[in-house]
Design a binder for this molecule. Structure first.
Ligand SMILES: *Cc1c(COP(=O)(O)O)cnc(C)c1O
Length: 227
């Protein structure tokens, strides 16, 4: 049961860590079930799927079912030709993984006057396939942060190596957390809102808690296996 899963996760989560319910590949009904159980923040990873769910929710909302306080983050790879399917609907993009994407989000914002909250996705995991920015690229971007007036730099998102080896996972989270502290302190004057660290998924969120996240992103442990 989705509500039972939420209840038991929330019992273990410290009150200052936000639970992001990753609803990708799950039907709207699952989102509504979680909403009924009190969950307000969700995340999606595919632009079309996000847009479709948002529009269905709005239709339900206008027919009397209240869900106007629902909030979505985007956590997937975002192609720049899909921005308009995503940016109008989300309160944060957690997965900014290139300078090009950052520039396009800024340009989109300049066009319509919306400032987008973003996290930079940091690459630390061993697998070649994992996306994300290298530490030096993040530093380069943050030195230039004032150029991007329609982007608010809120922090880092990261994933640990996909492994059962707890020591490897710990080392990855430790590195991400260290980088986060370093950037936050270095740019404390320029970027006062750089205060969010998003680490931990279904398989490793309890480990992530040792490294001071402000958000954990959990899908399977709430909604079950994805189709
Ligand atoms: C799918 C996804 C999650 C959630 O994964 P689960 O293992 O189902 O909890 C978290 N973060 C990102 C970036 C994802 O793509």
């Amino acid at each position: 049961m989705i509500s039972d899963n939420l209840l038991s996760i929330n019992k273990e989560l410290p009150s200052d860590v936000r639970l992001v319910a990753v609803s990708k590949f799950h039907p709207l009904e699952s989102i509504l079930e979680a909403y009924e159980a009190g969950q307000r923040l969700f995340a999606e990873s595919r632009p079309q799927e996000l847009e479709k769910k948002i529009k269905s929710l709005r239709t339900l909302g206008s027919s009397g079912r209240e869900s106007s306080d629902i909030e979505f983050h985007f956590i997937g790879h975002l192609q720049t030709n899909k921005l308009k399917l995503v940016l109008p609907y989300v309160s944060m993009v957690q997965s900014v993984d290139s300078r090009h994407l950052l520039e396009e989000i800024d340009k989109w914002g300049r066009g319509c006057g919306k400032v987008t909250d973003i996290l930079l996705e940091i690459h630390v995991a061993a697998e070649e396939t994992k996306s994300g920015l290298y530490e030096e690229e993040i530093l380069d971007i943050l030195w230039d942060a004032q150029k991007y007036r329609y982007v608010r730099f809120r922090g880092l998102m990261g994933m640990a190596t996909n492994t059962d080896d707890v020591e490897t996972i710990k080392a990855d989270f430790a590195r991400i957390s260290q980088c986060f502290d370093y950037y936050r302190d270095l740019f404390a004057d320029e970027l006062p809102d750089f205060d969010q660290l998003s680490i931990g998924m279904s398989s490793d969120w309890r480990i992530a808690l040792e490294y001071h996240p402000t958000m954990v992103r959990i899908g399977t442990a709430i909604f079950g296996e994805r189709q």
